[in-house]
Design a protein around this ligand. Structure first.
Ligand SMILES: C[S@@+](CC[C@H](N)C(=O)[O-])C[C@H]1O[C@@H](n2cnc3c(N)ncnc32)[C@H](O)[C@@H]1O
Length: 244
């Protein structure tokens, strides 16, 4: 089983890295924000909020309220330090393991988001159903995960592409040279779509993001071209079945 709170060990290093890395700052985050669209006045629930790097962008863009859930106490501790005083009355951070269903009282949300957290869960059923239960009519769920082809191509040891979830171990090198040991689950695209449909959601849009044009001038060109030619992440925009 992947340890839910594995980010406790490298919360600070991860936060530094995600703010400027090619994969996070110039591929995944801009594409998630683009897929989310206008957030002014929205009540937002973010699953696996980490140190609210995505959350900060949503609050800066005028979200009415932000509730973040994460299993890592250390990520949430850093998140607290990143909450600006003017956001405080509208921000709530909850420590919770998304392998278990969550209940946040009567409040319902216009938008549920999740950035690169769901691949840490062996099953998506509970989190997808809990997210649906917290949605206002007409709301959306936008989430990103590792691209299923990337995890398969990068890990020949998993064998067949088909099926899953398969636990994968990886070493990440941060921009500052630190090595992070991490584990997460790989599942096929068909399995992702089945879990989504079986939980009462409909896929409105799938995005396979590439690096932004501006990032070309920031990163070494051979690396940029290599990264730009391969899938890294997949983004799903979901609506409740029956709402469309
Ligand atoms: C790659 S980080 C992304 C953080 C954040 N979404 C962002 O915008 O930077 C993944 C996050 O998922 C959280 N996470 C992993 N497994 C979890 C679980 N079972 N329940 C809740 N959060 C989890 C980690 O603690 C970490 O904060």
């Amino acid at each position: 089983m992947a340890a839910p709170a594995q980010y406790d060990d490298f919360a600070g290093v991860y936060t530094e890295s995600t703010l400027s890395s090619l994969h996070n700052a110039y591929i995944e985050r801009p594409a998630v924000l683009d897929c989310i669209g206008e957030v002014k006045g929205l009540d937002i629930l973010d699953l696996g909020c980490g140190t609210i790097v995505l959350g900060s962008k949503l609050l800066e863009a005028g979200a009415a309220s932000f509730t973040g859930i994460d299993a890592s106490a250390e990520m949430l501790r850093i998140a607290e330090t990143r909450v600006k005083p003017e956001w405080k009355p509208h921000v709530s951070l909850v420590e919770h393991d998304l392998n278990k269903p969550f209940h946040l009282g009567e409040k319902r949300y216009d938008l549920v988001t999740s950035s690169l957290a769901l691949h840490y869960l062996a099953s998506w059923q509970l989190v997808l159903k809990s997210a649906l239960a917290h949605l206002k009519p007409g709301g959306r769920f936008v989430f990103s995960a590792h691209h299923p082809f990337a995890d398969w191509l990068n890990h020949p040891e998993v064998g067949s592409y088909h099926g899953g979830p398969t636990l994968i171990y990886e070493e990440w090198k941060t921009a500052s040279g630190e090595v992070i040991n991490i584990s997460f689950y790989r599942r096929s695209l068909m399995m992702m779509c089945k879990e989504i449909a079986d939980s009462g959601w409909i896929i409105e849009r799938i995005v396979e993001p590439r690096p932004t044009e501006e990032s070309k001038a920031i990163f070494e060109s051979a690396r940029w071209e290599r990264v730009a030619s391969k899938p890294s992440f997949i983004i799903f925009a979901l609506v409740k079945a029956g709402d469309n």
